[in-house]
Design a protein around this ligand. Structure first.
Ligand code: NAD
Length: 302
């Protein structure tokens, strides 16, 4: 393996582990974040913290960003990366952002001679730490092999979804399915309970019947049947409701712009918004079961 010079911008819950995996694979990682605590963690993980984006991207082969949302990505690329990184550098944005901003940034990058990809991820912080994320990539076809190689230390699977913006489209469509199936699963469990059917027995049946989905088999929101699911730890950790809400909002914004009918996505956004407003934005999204059961008194707010 040839050691690459990598700039990693955004070392938060996800980026911290991802940068550590690049360093662990033997690459030279210049790391930048606005937070000193994040920079300290990056140093402990074998990265070299630097004082600015400009310093991080100087002379690198690859730039990876993992930032909160579209405005951060647009600002960092348009003001700090494009023009400062060598034009031979591969630019990879792994943040989850709106399709429009992803396409806009790709246009700016391409006009300046860079290869760029939107490459959002599926998998939470545990997958980021373990280097087992799934990447959904929007890029020029000719760039994909190089992109896949650069992502390899952080990934278990990398898909080219299509041209620029397609990675973000895949991400928000996938998470819209997740939000909808989780709500369907929770409603069914709440109904099963009212009808006197044991929710654990219902798991045995639904997980082998046509009600089966990832929300049932891998993330069952009732404790017991899936020991690794957040339902077994009072919905601590996992995939925060606020994050799910962010992705559902992105899906609704995209649907409004594209003129797509997404009525169940809209309902999901409204219900997760309510759960968030009730004080549960930091709890795992499958905790919405307790709202549907009318049992929020038993669930501590975050
Ligand atoms: P986070 O808030 O923990 O990390 C973001 C980091 O970016 C912070 O450390 C912040 O200081 C830094 N930052 C903000 N503006 C900056 C700037 N101008 N320059 C340098 N650093 C800057 O968020 P996260 O959980 O790591 O999520 C990052 C992205 O990944 C988001 O788009 C999120 O939607 C997506 N995502 C998160 C998860 C998850 O489970 N946490 C899963 C999949 C995708």
């Amino acid at each position: 393996m040839t050691a690459r010079k990598i700039a990693f911008i955004g070392l938060g819950n996800m980026g911290g582990g991802m940068a550590a995996n690049q360093a662990g694979a033997g690459h030279v990682v210049s790391a930048f974040d606005l937070s000193q605590a994040a920079l300290d963690r990056a140093r402990a993980a074998g990265c070299s913290p630097v004082a600015s984006v400009a310093e991080a991207v100087k002379d690198v082969d690859v730039v990876i960003t993992m930032l909160p949302a579209g405005p951060h990505v647009h600002q960092v690329y348009s003001e700090q990366i494009i023009g400062a990184a060598p034009s031979s550098a591969l630019l990879l944005d792994c943040s989850t952002i709106d399709v429009e901003t992803a396409r806009k940034v790709a246009g700016l990058a391409k006009a300046a001679g860079y290869a760029f990809a939107d490459a959002p991820v599926s998998g939470g912080t545990m997958a980021a730490d373990a280097g087992t994320l799934a990447f959904m990539v929007g890029c020029d076809e000719a760039d994909f092999a190089r992109i896949e190689t650069a992502l390899e230390p952080m990934s278990r699977a990398t898909f080219r979804a299509g041209d620029h913006g397609a990675g973000q489209a895949a991400k928000i469509c996938n998470n819209m399915i997740l939000g909808i199936t989780m709500l369907g699963t929770c409603e069914a469990i709440a109904l099963a309970e009212k009808l006197g059917l044991d929710p654990v027995k219902f798991f045995d049946i639904a997980s082998k019947s046509s009600g089966q989905s990832w929300s049932v088999t891998t993330y069952y929101p009732w404790p017991g049947p899936v020991p690794t699911a957040p339902s077994n730890r009072n919905y601590d950790g996992g995939f925060a409701t606020a994050m799910m809400l962010k992705d559902l909002k992105l899906a609704q914004d995209a649907a409004a712009r594209a003129g797509a009918a997404t009525p169940l996505g809209a309902q999901s956004e409204a219900l997760f918004q309510l759960f968030d407003r009730l004080g549960y934005g930091g709890r795992d999204f499958s905790g919405i079961l307790q709202m549907l059961r009318g049992r929020l008194d038993d669930l501590p707010k975050t």
